[in-house]
Ligand binder design. Structure first.
Ligand code: PHE
Length: 363
């Protein structure tokens, strides 16, 4: 009897010493396994008389149950401990404030572009988009730019390898201005108009008095590239081209449209424009457009915002139109410049550094 109690006590001590489930299963084997102490006791009963079997058997059973109970208690205790440890490491405090995800916003130059598109949109201008990798024809030749023009030189313009590896006389280039879009958009416009004429049976090739072309009125904003880098020049910058071609579009219309645009863009009637005579191969006459604010930090200074002019007859011809009949104006404005003026930013490079402390101020 005291032997049996000793077995129970030693089992309890052995189980209590186990800190991992695997240890506990090993300890269990020493008592309840095939050669465990209780199993051995039961085997030993075979040699006993019926009377002895009865009394000792009952006592062994009690012992066995006590060992099993101790085993189960320890098993549960270990499981609880494991669960508590896990809960402690995965603690979730549902009362903590959530981690807010910063909401993005548009880049200040994109805000300017949207503004330009909506203002010119309200004046009936389409918005066109075109390739940044251009060819010589659209960027220079079609725009009446002579072979020896400095803009064509390697140190003013980024030339790139032809994609298909086919050598050409004139490698592709990163467009140096948005003016190629004048030719691209106008030729597409003219082609579509002539196709409609052909369908209508109006005589595709002849431009009779009754089949006048719908006016070309378009802006083309986008990225442009030049080999240039300082506080006011970046190798990549943004321009927006404007083009209006019709039968009776004059320099006066350019002045009205651009003045209207500037007043709306800067939300001010307190500014004046100056059309300063200049030169561009693709316009004649040509003018730089300067603006001057009457008040504010920039008051009194003339600030250049665009190049402009009446589209040169050679360019009108390259659009597929008769320059004796069609006439109009074009302008190209610096969108980064307009953004700097609108927000009072004095270093262009800030726009392209990607510093959120700067960019988030425009949201
Ligand atoms: N393309 C010229 C430039 O980049 C600007 C311009 C556009 C001038 C259209 C006249 C007409 O400087």
């Amino acid at each position: 009897m005291s032997d049996l109690q000793a077995i129970v006590d030693s089992a309890k001590t052995a189980f209590a010493a186990c800190t991992a489930p695997a240890d506990l299963e090993n300890a269990k084997a020493q008592y309840l396994g095939k050669t465990g102490r209780i199993t051995e006791l039961m085997k030993g009963m075979a040699a006993l008389s019926v009377e002895e079997k009865k009394s000792l058997g009952a006592q062994i059973n009690v012992t066995k149950q006590a060992v099993e109970a101790a085993l189960n208690a320890r098993r549960e205790a270990l499981m609880d401990a494991a669960m508590n440890a896990q809960l402690a490491t995965e603690a979730l405090d549902v009362t903590l404030p959530g981690r807010a995800r910063a909401s993005g916003g548009l880049h200040p130059v994109s805000l300017t572009q949207e503004r330009i598109e909506s203002i010119f949109g309200s004046m009936g201008f389409d918005v066109a988009d075109g390739p940044e990798i251009e060819n010589d024809w659209f960027n220079f030749t079609a725009l009446n730019t002579p072979e020896d023009h400095p803009a064509r030189s390697m140190h003013d313009t980024f030339y790139v390898e032809p994609l298909d590896g086919v050598a050409t006389d004139t490698p592709p280039l990163l467009r140096t201005h948005t003016s190629p879009m004048q030719i691209r958009h106008a030729t597409a416009h003219v082609k579509a108009w002539r196709a409609r004429q052909a369908v209508a049976g109006n005589g595709a090739a002849t431009e009779g008095a009754c089949d006048s072309m719908p006016e070309i009125r378009v802006i083309a904003p986008g990225r442009t590239y030049r080999v240039d880098s300082d506080a006011t020049h970046s190798p990549m910058f943004h321009q927006c081209e404007g083009l209006w071609i019709g039968e009776n579009v004059s320099f006066k219309d350019l002045k009205v449209v651009f003045t209207d645009f500037c007043k709306t863009f800067f939300e001010s009637d307190d500014l004046v424009l100056r059309f300063r005579p200049s030169f561009f191969p693709f316009t004649e006459p040509s003018a730089e457009i300067d603006i001057q604010f009457a008040s504010g930090p920039l008051a009194g200074r003339w600030l250049e915002v665009a190049g402009s002019g009446q589209v040169h007859p050679n360019v009108v011809r390259n659009m597929g139109l008769d320059p004796e009949r069609y006439i109009g104006f074009a302008f190209g404005m610096g969108m980064d410049r307009l953004t700097m003026l609108r927000y009072g930013v004095n270093d262009l490079r800030l726009f392209f550094d990607g510093d959120l402390r700067f960019l988030s101020q425009f949201q």
